[in-house]
Design a protein around this ligand. Structure first.
Ligand code: ATP
Ligand code: MG
Length: 267
């Protein structure tokens, strides 16, 4: 059975797609078979891996709409064991088209059922909203990984997402778990970074990854060349952090259950 992990935060630009594209390559390096599913019509993850979304004949959209089998959509990456179900701009329409379908929140879950046994990990990148595509990502997932940018108001965004997760646990998927919050774009020299990091660890105890993803320009540059950080800057601190994250994820058992859902602690 694979671990299916949705990478979600309705706040934009917090590093979801960066984590979604870079983490799999280090999981693959540890011998894991990984599928990345791009559920964002912006197709940033797809583009970051050097695949042009507009030229794609088939994407996750066509699988969601039952036009093709999901395996027909999956493409290989340059890394053994790392495959991707890419997004195309068509996905923007899926939000509307899904609304009238029966079982609309579970369309992605149903298509993953057909392919997931070929993988140890399935990671799902989701858009910056709590709309139908994010709902599909969360309902297909066993766990949620929440990238949190080390900037002010990070905790407010986290609180809103936790409320949504609670609603999903109560109404759609009782066994959805929280893998943890991942601090991203951390800068050692920034006071805000240090404060937000402390605040998130204090407010969300036990649910924050030890590993922190640093703010490094190489992480912003690599996607322009269609490369992961392992290819672009293998000896960088960023690459080292992703290596640690992959190892931490392997060790970590998802901790939350419905009964012990985390709440943000008041400071
Ligand atoms: P959206 O909500 O629009 O989908 P996102 O949460 O997926 O955004 P990313 O696209 O991963 O966020 O990151 C936003 C921008 O910041 C991108 O240009 C990305 O290359 C850059 N970036 C992400 N992580 C880092 C980092 N650790 N250091 C420096 N730049 C980063
Ligand atoms: Mg993104």
């Amino acid at each position: 059975m694979p671990r299916i992990i949705a990478i979600a935060n309705q706040k934009g630009g917090v590093g979801k797609s960066s984590v979604a594209t870079n983490l799999p390559v280090f999981l693959a390096a540890l011998g894991k078979r990984v599928l990345l599913v791009d559920m964002d019509s912006q197709a940033n993850a797809t583009l970051s891996l050097g695949i042009a979304p507009r030229k794609l004949p088939l994407s996750v959209y066509h699988a969601l709409m039952d036009q093709v089998s999901p395996s027909a959509v999956i493409r290989k990456s340059p890394f053994f064991g790392y495959e991707i179900m890419p997004a195309s701009p068509d996905l923007a329409g899926a939000t509307v088209e899904l609304v009238n379908l029966e079982d609309r929140e579970f369309k992605l879950s149903r298509i993953l059922d057909k392919v997931k046994d070929s993988y140890d990990y399935v990671l799902i990148d989701s858009p910056p909203s709590l709309g139908m595509l994010t709902l599909n990502a969360l309902c297909a997932a066993d766990e949620v990984l929440i990238p949190v940018q080390c900037e002010y108001l990070a905790l407010e965004g986290l609180e809103q997402l936790l409320n949504t997760i609670k609603l999903i646990q109560d109404n759609l998927k009782s066994d959805l778990k929280i893998a943890g919050a991942l601090l991203t774009m951390y800068s050692r020299t920034s006071r805000i970074s240090r404060e937000v990091s402390k605040e998130v660890r204090r407010g969300f105890p036990g649910y924050v990854f030890d590993t922190v993803i640093p703010r490094q320009v190489a992480l912003a540059e690599a996607p322009r060349f269609g490369k992961t950080i392992l290819q672009y800057a293998p000896t960088s601190l960023a690459a080292q952090s992703y290596r640690e994250l992959a190892e931490e994820l392997l060790k970590l058992d998802a901790v939350s259950s419905k009964e012990e859902s985390p709440v943000i602690k008041e400071n």
